[in-house]
Design a protein around this ligand. Structure first.
Ligand code: ADP
Length: 376
């Protein structure tokens, strides 16, 4: 089936056309500066997309559309066929994802208007984590915060964690329903997920994507009093703290640079801040891996994915070097090998296999879209 995959942001729209039978990507593109003169709105952005489709696909027509939606709240546990009611539900979740959900809804509405007959599917970043047990998704705060304000762990990157879990189980020849693993999705945003019986039972991102690992520009875990104290003392406004923790922290906060390649290079040249950033980031991930190894009842795999996880062998090495207590070792040759294939990088004596598995969120979205379009 020919599926158009859409990732709609407030000022940009990323798209891909995939043939699900062959897994082939027929075309992909990005429309930027939505809201400016040339591309006033998402409907205008779709004109550009349509022109690209016509050029490349000729007579072949798109059969379904899959949308990436960041927040599915507590309601959406699986991908769904989109109706007007579903779009309104996505919009109602805006307080939980103020930057992302309204933008996704704009993209969906524009498509519904342009191609009303095409089946459209929403795939949620949070959905895969709806299997978390309550002790993992609850914060130890008064119940009203949950009941009145939806304060709980939601988790993100679910589409990627789901896809990578399936591929890793396949690579190891373990039935997915019995698979226990720790999956580290390390991109600009980064999260780690505990997999038991093939499902997510804990994940490091929380109420928002700020919690957990040290990321490109996000701090990850910290004492909430840092925020309240600095705001109470009038040192910063709440908005400033929000920006500092989301945009100026993480690798960037410690080293001055948010890109892992530059941080690794700077550390090799003796830059103290870069070295510290790598130490803090790898130590944080080691703690999560150790904790989740316990949570899943003994992991059968530790898996690296996304930009850093797939490409930065020095960072993988730092992380695995700290896992000696788990009996984990690396095979140096496999770790430094440049390859786009899913593979095992641990040594033959490693107590737990360590894997690199390239993620492909679009392929997962296309697959889910086809399934629902055929069923619907
Ligand atoms: P996003 O979360 O935006 O999808 P990606 O998954 O593309 O992010 O990951 C971006 C990160 O991956 C950046 O920190 C970048 O430095 C890192 N990265 C990408 N390619 C390489 C590479 N060849 N070596 C080391 N790091 C890389």
């Amino acid at each position: 089936m020919l599926v158009l995959v859409i990732n709609s942001g407030s000022s940009s729209l990323k798209y891909q056309v995939r043939e699900t039978t062959t897994e082939e990507v027929l075309l992909s593109g990005l429309v930027e500066r939505i809201g400016e003169a040339e591309v006033p709105d998402h409907a205008a952005a779709l004109e550009t997309v349509e022109a690209h489709l016509n050029r490349v696909l000729g007579d072949r027509a798109i059969e379904a559309v899959g949308h990436r939606v960041v927040h599915g709240g507590e309601r959406f546990t699986t991908p769904v066929l989109i109706t007007h009611e579903i779009v309104r539900a996505i919009e109602r979740l805006a307080p939980l994802a103020p930057l992302h959900n309204p933008a996704a809804a704009l993209g969906i509405r524009a498509l519904l208007e342009k191609w009303p007959k095409l089946p459209q599917v929403a795939v949620f970043d949070t959905a895969f984590h709806r299997t978390l047990p309550e002790h993992a998704w609850r914060y130890a705060v008064p119940d009203d915060l949950y009941k009145l304000h939806g304060v709980r762990r939601y988790g993100f990157h679910g589409t990627s964690h789901d896809f990578v879990t399936g591929r890793a189980a396949e690579l190891l020849g373990i039935e997915r329903g019995r698979f226990r693993a720790v999956i580290a999705h390390l991109g600009n945003g980064a999260s780690v997920t505990a997999i038991r019986d093939g499902r997510s039972i804990d994940t490091s991102m929380g109420y928002t994507p700020l919690e957990g690992l040290v990321m490109g520009t996000r701090s990850g875990d910290l004492d909430a009093s840092i925020v309240t104290q600095l705001v109470i003392r009038g040192e910063y406004t709440a908005e400033e703290m929000d920006r500092i923790l989301n945009k100026d922290s993480g690798l960037k906060g410690l080293s001055g640079d948010n890109d892992m390649r530059s941080v690794v290079e700077a550390a090799a040249e003796g830059h103290d801040g870069a070295e510290l950033a790598l130490e803090v980031a790898s130590y944080r991930l080691q703690k999560y891996i150790g904790g989740y190894h316990v949570a899943v009842g003994g992991a059968q795999a530790i898996v690296f994915t996304a930009g850093i996880g797939e490409n930065s062998w020095p960072f993988r090495q730092r992380v695995v070097d700290g896992l000696g207590a788990l009996g984990v070792t690396l095979d140096q040759m496999s770790n430094v090998e440049r390859s786009q294939e899913a593979r095992i990088i641990s040594g033959p004596d490693s107590a737990i296999p360590v894997l690199v598995v390239p993620t492909d969120e679009e392929s997962e979205i296309a697959r889910a879209t086809e399934e629902l379009a055929l069923a619907g």
